[in-house]
Design a protein around this ligand. Structure first.
Ligand code: G4P
Length: 537
């Protein structure tokens, strides 16, 4: 028990999120450099799909390969074991990102100082807000002329609906960028554009009193004066930083820096390990699970198909939530009601996949799977509950799946089911399963599906557009009323992968009207409507 507590307190599991191009990959790489997980810059390849490369299947394969390798990056820093869970930046893979966020305890959000808060950032923040995930903001690219820092802070508060508290403050931007003043320990870090190495220590200047002339010497009189005014203003406008509202997801500390120049990253990391939460409790449909509980439990938040189509096995990513996971021990697969054990569980330490014997809350374990897992599956030592917070969101594009090779219909069925288990697509069925509707967040996924069905299952298909805009999951207190509704609206009713009924709305107007006309039916925006217990994550 004592060892478990020590292990839990050591762990910090988080995700870096941003709108594509804000600098997530660059920041990840610098953090890994600090952790000694990689030796030189450039080791973490951007896992984004190149702009305009939607038809480049090699690119898709490459992306899949890289994203397996960099899905989880673990390293040690100052006695803490840090797990970075990678999130795809591309909008078409947003659902994958949302699911990964169920497995983190906090996030670092990167914002490009030139572009400010972008649309994908807003969406990601909504997901964080749903779970009160603590957020640290890193305003990046200070070496470019960006928006005024005060305006940026206002924009973050307005668009992301979270209070902010700057913990560092920039002295100019772009070509005149001189460094950041650390508000939490009154020291100044001077910027050198060439500071790409890890030798930043020597550039630090401790300033006990801002009126000291060493400040003027360091940055020049004008900028020194400006900094004095800025600091005075900040300290009078903002309350001193408090970790409680941060941990509750209501206050985001803000850092300024330049990831590519490795500037401001160490401050971020050092503060992160001090304030970011260790593994937190998690809600299930039965009760809240505490990480300190002696018995093991965990859930699958991501599944990756093997890149070699000859091998059908997949890697399921399991987040350990409580107790201790042990190799070769039997665990209960709650949905399948069967016992499973794992002889080759892997860790993701320093990007090398190693077989591990045990794992603790906060860790992510890779499990080789021959088709037992779906996203959201729970493993326990026997107690029956399912982890919550891994909902399906409504797809944005719906298409009818048409088999173009009748000899291969079995392969097509199997393939599309597996892609749905992996979370690549959402599959809805109509007319007792004879009509299959595929829903995705982006067009790119349809190309991925077609390609993978062809290459991995030798099945061919085409897609016909359908005029739906949203899927809503349905419930009603009176099952008869729900059955009547489904009968009446049968053209717009389908079932999801778990046989739950969904309403496929053609426009927001029809959805509103139907809602009004059928007040006894509840239309849910996500598949997770059975939530009973609420956790603090
Ligand atoms: P992402 O994962 O969030 O999509 O962003 P990524 O790190 O790939 O960075 C996007 C672009 O922004 C990259 O340039 C990267 O070099 C640049 N960048 C990252 N941090 C900074 C910074 O602090 N200052 C400046 N000026 N640029 C930064 P690119 O030209 O798209 O790619 P590359 O050819 O440099 O790899």
């Amino acid at each position: 028990m004592k060892q478990q507590l020590t292990e839990i307190n050591k762990r910090r599991t988080f995700g870096i999120i941003s709108h594509p191009d804000a600098g997530k990959t660059t920041l990840t790489e610098k953090l890994l450099l600090f952790g000694g997980a990689i030796q030189k810059a450039g080791a973490v390849k951007s896992n984004k799909i190149k702009r305009g490369a939607t038809s480049d299947f090699m690119e898709i394969e490459r992306q899949r390969g890289i994203s397996v390798a960099t899905s989880v990056m673990a390293f040690e820093y100052k006695g803490k074991l840090i797990n970075i869970l990678d999130t795809p930046g591309h909008k078409d893979f947003a659902e994958d990102t949302y699911r990964t966020l169920t497995a983190v305890d906090s996030v670092i959000m990167v914002i490009d100082c030139v572009k400010g808060v972008e649309i994908q950032t807003e969406r990601l923040m909504e997901v964080c807000r749903m779970r009160n995930t603590p957020v640290i903001v890193f305003v990046n690219k200070l070496d470019r002329d960006g928006k005024d820092p005060y305006d940026l802070l206002d924009e973050i508060e307005e668009k992301l609906l979270i209070k902010v508290r700057p913990l560092s403050w920039p002295i100019n931007m772009g070509t005149h960028f001189k460094g950041v003043y650390k508000l939490y320990d009154n020291s100044l870090r001077l910027f050198r554009a060439s500071a790409r190495q890890l030798n930043e220590e020597d550039e630090e200047l401790v300033i006990k009193d801002l009126s000291d002339s060493i400040l003027d010497k360091a940055v020049g009189e004008r900028d020194a004066e400006q900094l004095r005014e800025d600091v005075e203003l900040i300290e009078s406008v903002y309350e001193p930083f408090d970790t409680m509202p941060y941990l509750a997801g209501n206050l985001a500390p803000v850092f300024f820096g330049s990831a590519i120049n490795n500037f401001g990253v160490k401050e971020l990391l050092d503060t992160f390990i001090n304030i970011a939460p260790p593994p937190r409790s998690r809600p299930t449909d039965a009760r809240i699970i505490e990480p300190t509980e002696p018995k093991f439990s965990g859930f699958v938040f991501k599944i990756h198909a093997n890149l070699d189509p000859k091998h059908r096995d997949r890697i399921a990513f399991l987040r350990v939530c409580s107790g201790k996971f042990e190799r070769n021990k039997f665990y209960q697969h709650i949905r399948l009601e069967k016992k499973l054990r794992f002889s080759n569980p892997t860790s993701f330490m320093a990007q090398k996949k190693n077989i591990i014997n045990d794992a603790y809350p906060g860790d992510v374990v890779g499990l080789y799977d021959s088709g037992n897992f779906k996203i959201g599956d729970t493993l326990t030592e026997g107690e029956v509950f399912m982890f919550q917070g891994i909902p399906s969101f409504s797809p944005e594009i719906f298409k009818l799946l048409v088999n173009t090779d009748p000899m291969k219909s079995k392969q097509l069925d199997k393939g599309i089911k597996q892609l749905s288990d992996e979370g690549v697509v959402q599959l809805f069925r109509q007319q007792m399963g004879s009509k299959k509707i595929v829903g995705t967040v982006g067009e790119l996924q349809f190309e991925v599906i077609q390609y993978r069905l062809q290459h991995e299952y030798k099945a061919s298909c085409r897609f016909e557009p359908l005029p739906f805009y949203k899927a809503c999951w349905l419930t009603a207190d009176d099952p008869q009323k729900l059955a009547d509704f489904c009968k009446r609206k049968s053209n717009y009713i389908a079932t999801d992968k778990d046989d739950n009924p969904v309403f496929l709305a053609q426009t927001s107007w029809t959805l509103d009207v139907t809602r009004r006309d059928y007040p006894d039916i509840v239309f849910h925006e996500t598949s997770e409507f059975k939530r009973q217990a609420k956790g603090n994550y």
